[in-house]
Design a protein around this ligand. Structure first.
Ligand code: WTA
Length: 660
């Protein structure tokens, strides 16, 4: 809890400069408050007005919010539009030549594409998808490295009304299989390989492996983008001529025009799987109209987007941040954005700063983990580059500790650029609580105030609002356009998980938070069994399920512990089926075997940092694992709480002193 304590004591405040305020889309607190007031006075009307002004509709809507079947809310339901039209076609008349994407590959190679060509390629690929029989409502898995093609694939799906589900390229074949079968996808778009830090890492073999696990009979097409050398996929992996087709063969001869499929505003744009408190990830289903509205408004309000900006969000399209602030938001705004394939530390820890310099990036958005690791690997490096193009910085995904915030502010932003610390989730689709940088004074470690129209508050277990320093559960009181519509195939889980009865119909975010005397929100962390490891969302239950699936393991419990760079580290307590390892060497060897196993089962991001073996786990007499005790042990804390209800108190000593 140490970094949370330091957040609590933070008192520094940074006012926006007069210059920034003057040019801001929302200028001064008065500007912000006016928007909030408009939302308060006529909630549905506020959103309807914005939806009319911001989105281009094929058929205008007449209804704004429909709450009749709460919590299955609908927005703008009788309107029709196409998201890809709003991201691409819209710009063809006014700015076809404007660069849409500056793609920088792992090896530094830069490729630029303008709006006209991006539109042509999305259309051509959409026609390719149609030639495989893919239609509106079909689910398509996208398992690709960061590339122009990944964006094209997402846009092409949106264009024909197919529902994409992007699976992060770092996930394993098993995780991929789980998502293919849950979504009942009919096609997978992948690449032969991905490049990371100078290494070629095959990707297509994981698709082959996933399909071979069974239950994927509905997959009729595997479209393979050739990222690496022509021989990467063959001969070591199978090429199944029945369903495998190269991307370049698919688009051959396809027209570069493709009439968009006009869909209802509530038509699902995508499903994105994310971790919750059970062993199975949940498919968060988003809408078309409401989602895109949130993406665009937050680009204007939080990123203060201007036509001359060079926008760079470093997130992978495998995460929600890469959906909203790479694939959709910037394109819908007609922005020029940087898309990056590699890692921040290759060829050295100056990569980001060099790219900001070379591409004259104005708006830079990344994760606290990346910031912390770059401080450690080269805290002085930013000074070697010309970062004068920057005007706004942002963070997302985890709380940022004030020390990292100050470094980001002073060393990267040269005390000139406001930092927008944006709190949101896969489920919320876009920023929820974040500064409007020309309006709000900012405080290191606080995500400040909710966006206009977002009625966020903090409640106790009974659902009553609290205002003190102890804080409570973060909730959002009113439905909002960009929110999750349901969990794919599991409406009950959606209802029970996000709208539990005691919360009075509020959306329960799953985070704890408190407010300071200015009403600023400070996020304290998850209240459920979800970890944020390097900004990646992981369920402890998922990792436990992976561990117990290993034939050596009888039982496992996973907890998080604070980590300087990653935010949280994964600690697993494991009971083996056989005897507990007697010596440090065997223990280390077994731990390594299990770490590799988890990496193979879920993905390398889920590898436990530490594994401790015990003869048992601390349990109550009713058999419940006492996770709070395990957390204390993982953190090396003294156990102060009452352990008399434990079935087996002696186990604590054993777990405290693992064999080393
Ligand atoms: C955490 C990422 C503190 C939070 C967009 C949330 C944050 C979870 C912040 C969602 C922030 C996100 N400050 N914590 N600015 N942003 N979180 O679904 O715990 O990957 O519930 O979405 O990340 O993670 P997800």
């Amino acid at each position: 809890m140490s970094n949370i304590e330091s957040v609590l004591n933070e008192t520094r405040v940074f006012e926006p400069s007069a210059e920034f305020v003057k040019q801001a889309n929302v200028s001064g607190m008065a500007g912000y408050q006016a928007l909030c007031k408009a939302a308060e006075q006529d909630y549905a009307g506020f959103w309807a007005k914005l939806a009319r002004e911001t989105l281009q509709w094929k058929k205008p809507f007449t209804k704004s919010l429909n709450e009749s079947n709460a919590p299955f809310f609908k927005w703008f339901e009788d309107g029709e539009l196409n998201v890809s039209y709003n991201c691409l076609d819209k710009h063809l008349a006014g700015q076809p030549e404007k660069t849409a994407i500056i793609f920088e590959a792992d090896d530094g190679k830069v490729t630029k594409i303008n709006y006209r060509d991006l539109h042509a390629r999305a259309c051509q690929f959409a026609n390719g998808l149609k030639s495989r029989g893919i239609r509106k409502g079909d689910r398509v898995i996208i398992y690709m490295p960061m590339s122009i093609e990944a964006v094209v694939a997402m846009q092409a799906c949106a264009r024909i009304g197919a529902i994409h589900s992007v699976v992060f390229g770092g996930f394993s074949a098993r995780s991929l299989h789980e998502r293919i079968t849950d979504a009942q996808a009919c096609a997978v778009i992948t690449a032969d390989a991905q490049m990371r830090g100078g290494k070629v890492m095959p990707l297509k073999p994981a698709v082959d492996e996933a399909l071979a696990m069974g239950g994927c009979e509905m997959v009729h097409s595997v479209i393979v983008y050739q990222r690496a050398k022509p021989d990467t996929v063959r001969p070591d992996t199978a090429w199944n001529a029945q369903h495998d087709i190269w991307w370049h063969d698919l688009v051959l001869g396809q027209s570069t025009a493709c009439e968009p499929e006009w869909v209802g505003a509530e038509h699902p744009l995508f499903i994105l799987y994310t971790s919750g408190s059970t062993g199975r990830p949940k498919g968060v289903q988003h809408s078309s109209g409401g989602y895109l509205l949130g993406a665009m408004l937050s680009m204007q309000w939080v990123f203060d987007y201007k036509a001359g900006d060079i926008f760079w969000c470093t997130a992978d399209v495998g995460w929600v941040t890469g959906h909203t602030y790479v694939a959709y938001g910037p394109l819908a705004m007609g922005a020029t954005q940087v898309v990056f394939e590699g890692i921040p530390t290759y060829p050295d820890a100056g990569r980001f700063w060099k790219m900001i310099q070379n591409h004259k990036v104005t708006t830079f958005y990344t994760a606290p983990t990346a910031i912390r690791s770059l401080i450690k690997l080269g805290g002085e490096l930013p000074r070697q580059y010309d970062l004068s193009s920057l005007r706004l910085l942002g963070t997302v995904g985890e709380p940022i500790n004030p020390e990292a915030w100050m470094w980001y502010y002073n060393t990267v932003g040269q005390a000139r650029c406001p930092i927008v610390d944006t709190w949101w989730q896969t489920e919320t689709g876009c920023h929820m609580i974040a500064p409007l940088p020309g309006a709000m004074p900012i405080k290191p470690g606080s995500c400040t105030l909710p966006l206009p129209g977002i009625i966020a508050t903090i409640v106790n277990e009974a659902g009553d609002e609290v205002h003190d320093q102890h804080g409570g559960f973060l909730v959002i009181k009113r439905p909002f356009p960009s929110q999750i519509r349901t969990i794919w195939g599991d409406p009950e889980r959606y209802k029970n998980g996000y709208f539990p009865e005691e919360m009075r119909g509020y959306y329960l975010a799953g985070d704890s938070a408190h407010r300071d005397e200015d009403g600023y929100f400070w996020i304290m962390g998850r209240i459920d069994d979800v970890l944020k490891v390097s900004g990646h969302r992981l369920g402890t239950m998922e990792i436990e399920s992976a561990l117990v699936a290993n034939p050596l393991v009888a039982e496992a419990a996973v907890v998080g512990k604070p980590h300087d760079i990653k935010g949280e580290a994964i600690v697993a307590f494991v009971v083996l089926k056989g005897a507990r390892p007697a010596d440090p060497a065997t223990s280390a060897q077994l731990a390594e075997t299990l770490r590799t196993w988890v990496a193979k089962t879920i993905g390398p991001i889920a590898k436990p940092d530490e594994i401790r073996f015990g003869d048992n786990l601390p349990k109550t007499r009713s058999g419940k694992i006492m996770r709070r005790l395990l957390r204390a042990i993982a953190n090396g804390e003294e156990i102060s709480q009452d352990v008399s209800t434990l079935e087996n108190p002696a186990i604590l000593e054993q777990l405290k002193n693992p064999v080393r």
